[in-house]
Ligand binder design. Structure first.
Ligand code: DP6
Length: 311
């Protein structure tokens, strides 16, 4: 048997968010979304032959009944068919797990790539993306680097709901990761979005917001219009959080330090440093700025990790 190579998938940050499912089993979204991948930050996964199914995370073997291990094996079961060969799954994240930095996105994308290689499935990229989506919606976008759009699709079987890379590159663009807390999040994305869809009347405005923002982001990316990119991403994130806050029980992922960071960013903008933020289902901020402003932003956020998505 040829030894399978470890495969890598990058984490991604949505500039237009996925929030709400029209099919919770298949992870079919209510709206299309657009993200930027985080280059070297992500997940490396390898499958190999074993005596019994084993799941290893960052060098530690997980208990057979561990939640994550069960999810991984159940996912592999979708593809191994009659092949009863047990497998060892080794996965390494170089991003903090469950800290709002979407390790499930790169995790399922890397797992899908590893499965494709190990079982010799030779799936087309669009099929890989659609299957990664079934593991975690945002994983559909982690199959690619750079700007990526996940088209919501319309079919009931979901095979037209996959991500595609955008051809544009933007070498000056920087993403800053500002960690407010790396604690496990209180309510995971799946439960959070289901609660929002079920209980927030405000959610009705979300598909309109997302569609308008997607248009603006396409324009911003095509014209390298940083102001339009940043303003759109920040407003999109805050609109999503507005629907979360309007849910019942309320979903507020922010901590006091998250709000302090927002205010520091608005202060920086007011004094002429162009920087914007986006946030997911957690307390951390992801900043958008140009290379020329990196020093000024770092001065305000010294612990920030800076990612160059296009180099
Ligand atoms: C706020 O992809 O983690 O990060 O499909 O239930 O696994 P599931 O959800 P997930 O949700 C991500 C939500 C988000 C926005 C985004 O990444 O688009």
């Amino acid at each position: 048997d040829a030894m399978a190579e470890p495969v890598f998938a990058p984490s991604n940050i949505a500039l237009c968010k996925y929030w709400g499912k029209r099919d919770a089993e298949l992870n079919l979204p209510v709206n299309s979304s657009l993200s930027i991948s985080l280059a070297h930050l992500g997940t490396k996964t390898q499958l190999s032959v074993a005596e019994k199914d084993e799941v290893w995370l960052n060098g530690n073997q997980l208990a057979a009944d561990d939640k994550f291990a069960v999810k991984v094996i159940r996912y592999i079961d979708l593809f191994r068919g009659d092949n009863s060969q047990a497998v060892k799954v080794e996965t390494e994240n170089n991003i903090p797990t469950a800290a709002g930095l979407a390790s499930s996105a790169s995790g399922f994308a890397a797992l899908m790539l590893a499965i494709n290689q190990f079982y010799g499935l030779n799936f087309e990229p669009q099929v890989l993306s659609a299957f990664a989506r079934m593991g975690s919606g945002s994983a559909s976008r982690s199959l690619y680097h750079g700007f990526v759009e996940w088209q919501m699709g319309y079919r009931d079987n979901g095979m037209d709901s996959f991500a595609m890379p955008l051809e544009h590159s933007w070498p000056d663009l920087r993403v800053g990761l500002v960690k407010v807390s790396t604690a496990e999040k209180a309510v995971d994305s799946r439960s959070g979005m289901n609660r929002t869809v079920d209980t927030a009347h405000l959610y009705q405005s979300w598909p309109l917001q997302a569609a308008a923002d997607l248009e603006k982001l396409h324009q911003a990316i095509a014209n390298k219009n940083f102001t339009l990119l940043g303003e759109t991403a920040e407003q999109n994130a805050l609109s999503m959080h507005a629907t979360m806050i309007a849910s019942w029980p309320p979903l507020l992922y922010w901590q006091p330090d998250s709000v302090a960071a927002m205010q520091a960013i608005w202060q920086l903008r007011a004094s002429g440093t162009e920087v914007y933020f986006t946030m997911d289902a957690g307390p951390n901020l992801k900043l958008l700025f140009s290379a020329a402003n990196e020093a000024a932003v770092k001065q305000q956020f010294p612990a920030m990790e800076v990612v160059c998505p296009f180099t």
